[in-house]
Design a protein around this ligand. Structure first.
Ligand code: G3P
Ligand code: MG
Length: 389
């Protein structure tokens, strides 16, 4: 690869710019650092130039993931400069009536290895960690809990019984087809990360979306009733459906992009369309490219920048406002589109930089035009620093 020389001095004072780095396909391929990634982050860290990691990945609690990434990339990272796909759910737990009201209800969570996502959803950040970002859902079920309590709920997952035996927990209430009033009721469904057992997860989620009042094992008698608005589906107390990441593809270790959580969502949409003759599947999707995620990431970056630059006693007046964010990504659909379309409430300019080490293939025309196309993250940082003079 080309010998990159990052400019010796970057600015005359504290930078008015910062970076947001995507992870998969920019810094890592699965768990292997991409050449130049550690060098780029170490340079920014050494020159006190603020950055955050902004990924559609997830499945582990932020604290566990940043520890891993610090080790792999050789720069100190913390939850203060790290946003993953489901992180904004934490703010929603605190900041949105709908989600906040779910804290004490029963939610189904899927995605990630084993019951990692359960542990993420349940874990509350110690009170002394001053930030809104804590989950703290109290009653979290995973599909494996339901399968172990009712093996016939999906006839074909018995091959995974050893796996589910290890990670399941007893259900808080039985699935009692005979007496729905006593049966398990699910109030919301969160796809926190990429599901592993698409078949079981699809069956359980479909059962709940067709149920009466979120009671597993029942059918709503309203569904499909033409007299109801929106042809009746999801109008009978069924649980709300949340996805944390819309990525149809992502860059893992294999040389070709792999299906992501957006692939699972498209597959569930296909089952829903076939079941309901194409009724609208109501859902909430967060993650890049959606503005909610970019707005959340911008507030995390701004808070981190203030902490970083005031670390040596400088005042906000001295280091001034953040004016520009360079978003370095590998996926035109999430990283480039999101940065290009984001209208910052703080008037901050987002410039997208597309690298050729992930989903985007060199020589093709990206659907969303980035500020620049570069080989890799090191060249992106070099280009950005030169453009900032
Ligand atoms: O599940 C991870 C994948 O969706 C992409 O993650 O880091 O490229 O936003 P990232
Ligand atoms: Mg990526």
């Amino acid at each position: 690869s080309r010998p990159y020389s990052i400019p010796a001095s970057t600015t005359n004072g504290p930078p008015s710019f910062a970076f947001a780095f995507d992870i998969d396909g920019v810094l890592l391929r699965s768990s292997t650092p991409i050449p130049g990634a550690a060098k780029a982050l170490k340079y920014l860290h050494r020159h006190n130039i603020p950055f955050i990691l902004l990924t559609n990945g997830g499945g582990k609690h932020e604290s566990a993931r940043v520890a891993e990434l610090t080790d792999k990339l050789g720069v100190p990272l913390s939850e203060e400069n790290f946003v993953q796909s489901h992180t904004p759910f934490k703010q929603l737990v605190e900041g949105s009536d709908t989600i906040h009201a779910l804290k004490d209800k029963t939610i189904l969570v899927t995605g990630g290895d084993g019951d990692q996502c359960r542990r993420v959803a349940e874990r509350s950040v110690p009170q002394d960690l001053v930030d809104l970002r804590r989950y703290g859902f109290k009653n979290v079920i995973i599909p494996g809990d339901i399968l172990m309590a009712n093996p016939t709920v999906w006839p074909f997952s018995q091959v995974f019984t050893d796996y589910y035996q290890k990670i399941h927990k007893p259900l808080p209430r039985p699935v009692d087809f005979a007496d729905p009033a006593k049966s398990l009721k699910i109030d919301a469904i969160f796809v926190f990360s990429d599901p592993r057992d698409w078949a079981l997860d699809s069956q359980i989620i479909l059962d709940l979306l067709l149920s009466k009042d979120g009671i597993l094992g029942t059918y709503s008698d309203k569904n499909g009733d033409a007299s109801l608005p929106n042809d009746g589906w999801q109008q009978d107390g069924q649980p709300k459906l949340y996805f944390s990441n819309p990525d149809l593809f992502w860059a893992a270790s294999y040389h070709m992009p792999r299906l992501g959580q957006g692939g699972f969502q498209a597959s569930l949409q296909g089952v829903w369309d076939a079941t309901t003759s194409g009724a609208d599947l109501k859902r909430t999707v967060i993650g890049k490219p959606y503005p909610e995620t970019y707005s959340y990431a911008e507030s995390v970056l701004n808070n981190h920048r203030t902490q970083l630059l005031s670390g040596n006693g400088a005042t906000k007046k001295q280091f001034g406002k953040l004016q520009r964010v360079f978003m370095v990504g590998d996926n035109p659909e999430s990283d480039i589109r999101g940065a290009n379309d984001f209208k910052s409430p703080l008037g901050i300019e987002w410039t997208s930089c597309l690298v050729e080490t992930g989903v985007f293939r060199r020589g093709t025309k990206p659907k969303y035009a980035p500020g620049v196309i570069v080989d890799d993250v090191l060249e992106a940082v070099t280009w950005a620093l030169k453009s900032e003079g």
